[in-house]
Ligand binder design. Structure first.
Ligand code: SME
Length: 149
C-alpha cells in the first residue's frame, strides 16, 4: 500500500501556494501514480458542464475523453457524491473499460473549498479487489487538503 503519510506531505509541499486546479491535478496524478504498483491508471475527470465530465490530467494509457454523470463508475461518483469502491469492474453495471486489463477501481469525488464537486479522481488497477476503505480515507484526505483548502 502507498505510504500515504509521506505522500500527503510530498503533495502538500509540491503544491504549496498553488491554486490552479490543472496544475494541482497534474501533480496529484503524478505523485499518486508512481507511489503504488496497484495504480495502473490515475487521473481526473473534471466537471465541465452540468452532468458532464471531461478528462483532466492523468497518468497511464489513454482514457476516454467524455463521461456523462449517467454512465460509468466516474459518473456514479459525480452523481452521488460518494466514493465508489469497485472490487470487480465486470460486476459494476455500466462500467466503462478504457483498458481491458482493468480489474478493480476506486473513484472519489473532488470538492472545492465551497464543497462543490469539481471533478472525480479515478484510479484503476489490474489487480482484482485492489482497493480498501483505508485507501479511500487516505485519498479523501489528500484531495481535501489539495483542492478544498
Ligand atoms: N472506468 C471509468 C472510466 C474512466 S477509464 O477507466 C480511465 C468509469 O467506468 O467511469
Amino acid at each position: 500500500m502507498a505510504d500515504y503519510v509521506t505522500l500527503a506531505k510530498t503533495i502538500s509541499s509540491l503544491t504549496e501556494g498553488e491554486t490552479d486546479t490543472v496544475a494541482l491535478m497534474a501533480t496529484v496524478a503524478c505523485e499518486l501514480h508512481h507511489s503504488d504498483d496497484r495504480f495502473d491508471w490515475t487521473g481526473f475527470y473534471r466537471v465541465t458542464a452540468p452532468e458532464l465530465l471531461k478528462i483532466g490530467p492523468y497518468q497511464g494509457g489513454h482514457g476516454c475523453l467524455v463521461i456523462p454523470f449517467s454512465r460509468g463508475v466516474c459518473g456514479a461518483a459525480a452523481r452521488t457524491g460518494q466514493v465508489q469502491l469497485v472490487p470487480d469492474v465486470d460486476a459494476f453495471p455500466g462500467h466503462i473499460a478504457c483498458a481491458s486489463s482493468t480489474r478493480s477501481e476506486i473513484v472519489l469525488p473532488v470538492r472545492d473549498a465551497r464543497g462543490d464537486i469539481i471533478a472525480v479522481l479515478d484510479i484503476d488497477s489490474d489487480q482484482p479487489d485492489a482497493f480498501t476503505e483505508a485507501d479511500a480515507t487516505a485519498l479523501e484526505a489528500i484531495l481535501t487538503d489539495t483542492f478544498a483548502r
